[in-house]
Design a protein around this ligand. Structure first.
Ligand code: HEC
Length: 120
């Protein structure tokens, strides 16, 4: 009979707190996604655009809409060949004679490099 009578209340409080924190994170993420989308619609060139869209606008003409390659080589497994930083380097500096340098910059280049480095 040494049970502390407050313990059930303490648990309720802890569970309540976890729920509150969880729901706030969820709400934050929902809000973040919506504002990012709204942003992209208003300014199509905004840096927050999805890597797929940036790729479609800047890279697909040479590398194919499905990454399957055209003028440029296929990028379907490029993540197995290069790291994110190496891809970023290719985007910044170009490659060989056919791959133009600096097509995209900053956050856009980061986003596309990360996205491509996951294609393995
Ligand atoms: C004008 C056509 C053209 C465009 C536009 C273009 N590329 Fe390329 N890309 C090439 C060619 C050609 C090569 C092959 C270069 C070589 O190896 O000599 C290449 C190579 C690459 C490689 C290295 C592939 C490998 O297997 O070695 C990556 C990564 C790449 N491009 C990413 C991109 C990204 C990202 C974009 C958009 C920002 C883009 N490219 C836009 C033509 C293009």
């Amino acid at each position: 009979m040494k049970k502390n009578p407050l313990i059930p209340f303490a648990w309720t409080a802890v569970i309540g707190l976890i729920l509150i924190i969880g729901v706030s994170f969820w709400a934050l993420q929902q809000g973040g996604e919506e504002s990012a989308e709204g942003h992209g619609e208003k300014q199509e060139q905004a840096e927050a655009a999805a890597p797929e869209e940036i790729y479609a606008q800047n890279c697909a003409s040479c590398h194919g809409g499905d990454l399957g390659g055209q003028v440029g080589p296929a990028l379907t497994a490029v993540g197995g060949k290069y790291s994110k930083d190496e891809i970023l380097g290719i985007i910044k500096n170009g490659k060989g004679s056919g791959m133009p340098a600096g097509l995209i910059e900053g956050e856009q280049a980061e986003a596309v490099a990360k996205w491509l480095s996951e294609k393995k």
